[in-house]
Design a protein around this ligand. Structure first.
Ligand SMILES: [Zn+2]
Length: 322
C-alpha cells in the first residue's frame, strides 16, 4: 500500500464520514453516498433552538373546527406532528427563523423542526369561509407524515434513496428520489404534492365544502381536456378591474391527486397503502406493486414526474379507466 493511500484511509477514518446512503441507478447498480455525521449533529442542535423560538409565536386557532382537522389527521395513521396556525406576519417571521424563504401559499411542513405551519389568509377565509384554512391544514398535515429518518433500504425493483441534508425543496420527497432527480424542478409532484392534495380533497368531500368553495366563480381551468374535480378548487379574489367575480384556483398537486383518485376507484386498497407508504418502507413496496397491478408499468412513470409529464399520464389514465 502506498503512503498516499494509507493517508487517505486514515483521513477517511478521522473525518466522521460513513457510507450510509446509496443511490440506485435504473440498471440496479448501487453507488455509496457519504454521510456527514458532524453536519447532522449541528443541524439537530440548530433545529431544537429554532423550535423553541417558533413556539413562542401565537397559535391562532380562533374559529377553526380543530376537531374535524384532527379527525383527518387521525386517518393518516402516522405519528402526529405539532401544527401551528399563524397570521401572515407571524408566518413570514417563522419562515425566516427557520431559514425557509418560500413555501406554498397555505403553509409549510418544516421537516427539521417537525412542525407544520399554517398561514391564516384572512382574505381567502373571507371569500371561502374558515373551512378553507382547515382544508389547507389537512394538505400540510399530510406532508408531515413522511419519515424523518432517511430510508436506507433498497428494493431490488424500485430503488429508494433519501438524503437528509439536501434541501432543494422544503421537505424531501418520498418514493424514488435518485440523484438525477435533484435537477428536476417539480420533484415530488406525484407522491408528495399529489398525496397531500388527495387528502385535502377527501376532507372537502367529507364535509360537503365543494359548493361553498366554488360557487359564483369563473375562469375554471381545464387540464388534459377534462376538468379537474371541483372539490380541489377554491376561490381567489378577481384580478380583473372591470369584473370582481372571484376566480377558481387550485394548489400544485391537483393533477397527481386526480390520478390517485382514478386509481383508488379501481382498487380502494390503494388509499390505506399509500398512507402507510409515507412512513413505512413496506408500504412503499406495496404501493408500487398495487399501482402496477392496476396499470402495468405505471409506478415507474409516476416518479419523478414533472407537471407536463403528469398531465400526459392523467390523459392516459383517464383513457384507460373512464
Ligand atoms: Zn403541498
Amino acid at each position: 500500500m502506498t503512503e498516499a493511500s494509507e493517508q487517505q484511509i486514515s483521513s477517511l477514518n478521522n473525518s466522521r464520514m460513513e457510507f450510509a446512503h446509496f443511490s440506485v441507478k435504473r440498471n440496479g447498480t448501487l453507488t455509496p453516498m457519504q454521510r456527514d455525521i458532524a453536519a447532522e449533529e449541528l443541524a439537530t442542535a440548530r433545529s431544537s433552538a429554532q423550535k423553541n423560538t417558533l413556539h413562542e409565536l401565537p397559535n391562532n386557532t380562533q374559529g377553526l373546527n380543530m376537531q374535524r382537522i384532527q379527525a383527518s389527521l387521525d386517518l393518516f395513521d402516522a405519528p402526529q406532528k405539532p401544527m401551528r396556525f399563524l397570521e401572515s406576519s407571524d408566518f413570514t417571521a417563522a419562515l425566516e427563523q427557520s431559514g425557509h424563504r418560500s413555501s406554498e401559499p397555505s403553509g409549510i411542513y418544516i421537516e427539521s423542526l417537525e412542525t407544520t405551519l399554517i398561514k391564516r389568509d384572512l382574505a381567502l377565509e373571507a371569500l371561502n369561509g374558515i373551512a378553507l384554512t382547515e382544508s389547507l391544514a389537512v394538505h400540510e398535515g399530510a406532508h408531515s407524515t413522511h419519515v424523518k429518518t432517511p430510508l436506507r433500504l433498497i428494493h431490488s425493483k424500485y430503488g429508494i434513496w433519501r438524503h437528509p441534508e439536501i434541501s432543494i425543496h422544503p421537505s424531501p420527497r418520498v418514493h424514488g428520489m435518485s440523484p438525477q432527480d435533484l435537477l428536476t424542478p417539480y420533484l415530488g409532484n406525484m407522491f408528495e404534492e399529489g398525496y397531500a392534495e388527495l387528502e385535502r380533497g377527501i376532507f372537502v368531500q367529507t364535509h360537503n365544502l365543494t359548493e361553498q368553495f366554488t360557487h359564483n366563480a369563473v375562469n375554471f381551468d381545464q387540464i388534459a381536456d377534462s376538468p379537474l374535480p371541483l372539490h380541489y378548487m377554491y376561490r381567489i379574489p378577481s384580478s380583473s378591474e372591470s369584473d370582481n367575480t372571484p376566480s377558481l384556483t387550485f394548489v400544485p398537486g391537483v393533477i397527481g391527486a386526480t390520478i390517485f383518485e382514478i386509481l383508488i376507484k379501481q382498487n380502494e386498497q390503494l388509499l390505506p397503502t399509500l398512507r402507510k407508504s409515507r412512513h413505512d418502507i413496506e408500504g412503499v413496496r406495496q404501493t408500487a406493486e398495487l399501482i402496477d397491478t392496476i396499470m402495468p408499468g405505471l409506478y415507474a412513470e409516476l416518479q419523478p414526474a414533472d407537471k407536463e409529464k403528469m398531465t400526459t399520464i392523467l390523459v392516459e389514465v383517464l383513457k384507460e379507466f373512464k
